[in-house]
Design a protein around this ligand. Structure first.
Ligand SMILES: Nc1ncnc2c1ncn2[C@@H]1O[C@H](COP(=O)(O)OP(=O)(O)O)[C@@H](O)[C@H]1O
Ligand SMILES: [Mg+2]
Length: 289
């Protein structure tokens, strides 16, 4: 019998769907003959006594979950997500550099590193990448600081705002996709597949110059429904970051695939278990052997 710690915080516990997911992890661990308990941020000391640690609260190098991951490594305890994955995935510049180095196809991407930015700079990016372009502040999550900009003025306004928060920005070709895949990978092996779907209200195309990226819903799909190329690409992209548990966002345009993002700490409360019943078991076995 081994002991699995599941690192959580108040935020994780405040969503009923996340709570159900956490209880599934606990129940599946028990059904496999293991002990499991939740570890809260004030209980970091308990990590030393675990056999494995699963982080299920938001990961970010500035968050206590990162400390938890580092403590696990320090004590030689297997951990998902590992600190290296957290560091890379929480910084889009670092993440894209890893993907580029591994020759993973991504949208055409430039780094904007200057402190001041002028109309001629914006024009140069539009000339190079086409219009619109997508601007990203590297620490963004949940599309918080990702914007599609069509014109020089919007580019300057958004870039200047983001440059107050970061030294570098990502400027990216806009991919008008027919399909948006979200594929789960565990230790380099396919884990689950889903697609992003636009909610009905946002379906109409708005003639605006600068847009927020809309919120997408998630629909689980069977492995057979996903092009094999997307699955291979998800695995390749995850391996460019490391081993562990990831979800990989892929846009498909005219049969071509582009990796948009590799996420550590993927959410697992969108019905993953309904189509992939062994998902929690595979994660636990992956950690505890
Ligand atoms: N190059 C792009 N072309 C088109 N849409 C994009 C592009 N990059 C991002 N998006 C859209 O914006 C969303 C958020 O971007 P992402 O890079 O995943 O940042 P975040 O970490 O904030 O989620 C994506 O899920 C995707 O729908
Ligand atoms: Mg994203």
């Amino acid at each position: 019998m081994a002991t699995l710690g599941i690192f959580v915080d108040r935020q994780t516990l405040s969503y009923s769907k996340k709570l159900v997911m956490l209880m599934r992890f606990r129940d599946v661990a028990e059904s496999l003959g293991h002990r499991s308990y939740f570890i809260f941020p004030v209980e970091l000391k308990k990590i030393a006594k675990l056999d494995a640690l699963l982080i299920r609260s938001r990961t970010d190098p500035l968050n206590v979950s990162y400390m938890a991951a580092r403590m696990a490594v320090m004590h030689g305890i297997p951990v998902i997500d590992n600190p290296e994955a957290i560091r890379i995935c929480s910084d889009k510049v670092n993440m894209y550099l890893h993907l580029m180095r591994a020759n993973v196809p991504i949208p055409r991407t430039e780094l904007l590193v200057r402190k001041e930015i002028f109309p001629a700079d914006a024009t140069a990016y539009f000339d190079q990448l086409g219009a619109p372009v997508v601007l990203k502040e590297p620490s963004t999550s949940y599309s918080n600081r990702v914007k599609k900009v069509h014109r020089v003025e919007d580019f300057l306004q958004t870039a200047r705002a983001y440059l107050k928060m970061a030294d570098e920005l990502v400027v990216q070709e806009y991919i008008e996709s027919e399909e948006d895949w979200r594929i789960g990978v565990l230790n380099g092996r396919f884990l689950f597949a889903s697609r992003y779907v636009l909610p009905r209200e946002s379906d109409q195309v708005q003639a605006v110059d600068s847009e927020e990226i809309p919120y997408y819903g998630i629909e689980m799909v069977s492995e057979e429904e996903v092009p094999g190329e997307a699955i291979d690409l998800a695995i390749q992209a995850s391996q460019a970051i490391g081993s562990g548990l990831f979800s990989v966002d892929i846009k498909e345009r005219q049969g071509k695939m582009y990796v948009i993002e590799v996420n550590d700490n993927p959410s697992l409360e969108s019905g993953e278990e309904d189509l992939y019943p062994d998902i929690f078991e595979r994660i636990i076995v992956g950690l505890l052997g």
